[in-house]
Design a binder for this molecule. Structure first.
Ligand code: DGY
Length: 341
């Protein structure tokens, strides 16, 4: 007997017609084809930058959205798009999505953990090394045709192997950075996290939990991979920077809002910190002039997860989440699973 009455949750409710899904940015065409087999798609094939108003207009009548870390999904948008039931992001960080507002309205949110862990850790490590060994600065010097002679103190930087690696935020990406440092470069690892890792995870890395202040004081190279929330806004501020060794470096692959960028630029300019490497900024894509002016800052445009393989995997996970929800199943990586029932 066919049943039409037993659905306990809305996102997967048996649909008389295919769900309509808006894909807000251009993503891997192979993933689009996978999605197309399950839902009705609206695309942004030109990868245009939509204003918030345009995003709201385009979302009208859509049940689901496949979004990136660039779209703002807030209460006003949700109220203006009452048919929206599923927001599936291809990013792991969800600070662009008001999770509480989604939960209050029964909108399922999913993200894309795991698939980008190693790739983002690769970039974090690369940036840390670039800052320590002055790669950006010396490359610019060479390109400017300024290289005329060699000397013993020519672009001398800081040692990486054997130096103390400090990690702020010891989640999946933090642990992957720690593995690179401990196992590949013989670096003693210290970290600060809300909760210390279980011993079976910390011991193989020789990773030692320390207080926030001790992390700032003891790290030779600090790598920030903390998820952003209002509680940790500017957690690395002028006071925290003041605790760091003048020979230390700071790398941020978490979110820009974790670091007070102007205080960082001051510290770099005054020689209170040797170098920094930033892949994320508080008001992306804007980068403060004070940072652009610092030769000892390596600056990249939020490319932590940017390899073709990983970007495809991120999009595929978001698509799989949408497909599961559209078919009445639980998604693989719900951020607010309470909405599911
Ligand atoms: C994420 O997924 O949060 C990353 O920052 C995107 O590259």
């Amino acid at each position: 007997m066919e049943t039409t009455m037993t659905l306990l949750r809305d996102p997967g409710a048996a649909a008389p017609q295919r769900r309509r899904v808006l894909v807000t940015r251009a993503i891997d065409p192979a993933v689009i084809e996978v999605l197309r087999a399950h839902v009705e798609l609206s695309l942004n094939s030109d990868d245009a930058d939509w204003s918030q108003l345009e995003l709201i207009e385009r979302l009208q009548g859509h049940w689901g959205a496949l979004v990136t870390v660039g779209e703002r999904i807030d209460a006003a948008l949700l109220d203006a798009c009452p048919e929206l039931r599923a927001v599936c992001s291809l990013g792991v960080g969800v600070n662009n999505i008001d999770i509480a507002a989604c939960t209050a309205r029964g909108v399922v949110v999913t993200n894309a953990p795991d698939v980008l862990t190693e790739t983002t850790a690769d970039l974090g490590f690369a940036l840390m090394m670039a800052a320590a060994r002055r790669v950006g600065e010396s490359e610019r010097f060479l390109r400017q045709g300024a290289w005329t002679r060699w000397s013993c103190d020519f672009f001398t930087g800081m040692e990486v192997h054997g130096a103390t690696l400090g990690i702020l935020g010891m989640g999946r990406i933090g642990q992957a950075v720690a593995r690179r440092g401990a196992l590949g470069f013989g670096m003693p690892v210290i970290y600060h996290n809300r909760n210390p890792l279980p011993a079976e995870m910390a011991e193989p890395l020789g990773a030692r939990w320390v207080s926030f202040d001790a992390l700032m004081q003891e790290a030779d190279h600090l790598v920030i991979v903390l998820p952003y929330s209002a509680n940790v806004h500017h957690i690395v501020d002028a006071r925290a920077l003041g605790l760091m060794k003048p020979s230390a470096t700071l790398t941020n692959v978490g979110r820009g809002g974790l670091v007070d960028e102007l205080a960082l630029a001051d510290a770099l300019g005054a020689g209170r910190l040797a170098a920094a490497a930033l892949d994320v900024f508080e008001h992306e894509p804007a980068v403060p002039q004070a940072l652009l002016d610092r030769p000892n800052a390596v600056l990249t445009p939020h490319i932590g997860s940017a390899t073709r393989t990983t970007r495809r995997a991120m999009a595929r996970l978001a698509a799989d989440n949408l497909i599961a929800l559209a078919g009445g199943s639980d998604p693989l990586t719900a951020v607010n699973p309470q909405v599911l029932g």
